[in-house]
Ligand binder design. Structure first.
Ligand SMILES: Cc1cc2nc3c(=O)[nH]c(=O)nc-3n(C[C@H](O)[C@H](O)[C@H](O)COP(=O)(O)O)c2cc1C
Length: 187
């Protein structure tokens, strides 16, 4: 079995919904054992991630960056970074915010640089925008936000059962499955 951890923070629950769908997609691939870990818990014992084959990072976009608890997790990995213990693991990332764009790309870049600092191999989003009505921003469209560096979701301040949208959740599942499939290809 290959192991994947989805390490995420969510202040109000929206990114957690997205994270659960990323996890579901990863777990759907034969040979994968996927787990969901809160960034606050991972920050306490980041070395527990050392035996993972892949780590998928997830954070809401707060002020055009990862949230403070997610950054605390990043900083807690400094000892691991100094020994390059995550070198050649697969890395990927997803984010969620209120605005359609919302400077989410900035958060994904921050995560990709974090992965590069660790010597990890970054996997991006590979889904073209697919909309039932040909509209890029359609709520049921896959990758409707149009980020290729990682998976994105947009959330209204609404009931967690309706946001993020169906298209964003499908994107999350496809993204988790893609990372898992690439992880399975690695020796
Ligand atoms: C401190 C703070 C900063 C935020 N900054 C942004 C932002 O830069 N862009 C944006 O689109 N939304 C921003 N938002 C909205 C959140 O990204 C949005 O509510 C998101 O769904 C929260 O995810 P969560 O429920 O997982 O915490 C911000 C929210 C907070 C609390």
């Amino acid at each position: 079995m290959k192991k994947i951890a989805v390490v995420y923070h969510s202040g109000f629950g929206h990114t957690e919904v997205q994270a659960r769908h990323v996890h579901e997609g990863a777990q759907s691939v034969d040979g994968i054992l996927a787990c969901l870990i809160r960034a606050e818990d991972a920050a306490q014992e980041p070395e527990k991630l050392n035996d993972m084959d892949a780590i998928i990072f997830g954070s809401p976009t707060y002020l055009g960056a990862v949230s403070a608890p997610f950054k605390a997790f990043m900083d807690a990995t400094t000892g691991i970074w100094s020994q390059q213990q995550w070198k050649d693991k697969i890395a990927a990332g997803f984010t969620n915010s209120h605005s359609l764009a919302g400077d989410k790309l900035s958060t994904l870049i921050q995560m990709a640089v974090f992965g590069a600092q660790h010597g990890m191999i970054w996997v991006g989003q590979a889904e073209m925008n697919t909309s039932p009505e040909g509209q890029p921003g359609h709520k049921e469209a896959v990758n409707r936000v149009g980020t290729m560096l990682g998976a994105s979701a947009q959330s209204d301040n609404a009931d967690l059962s309706v946001t993020p949208s169906g298209g964003d959740l499908k994107s999350a599942e496809l993204f988790g499955a893609r990372v898992a499939q690439i992880t399975m290809r690695m020796r």
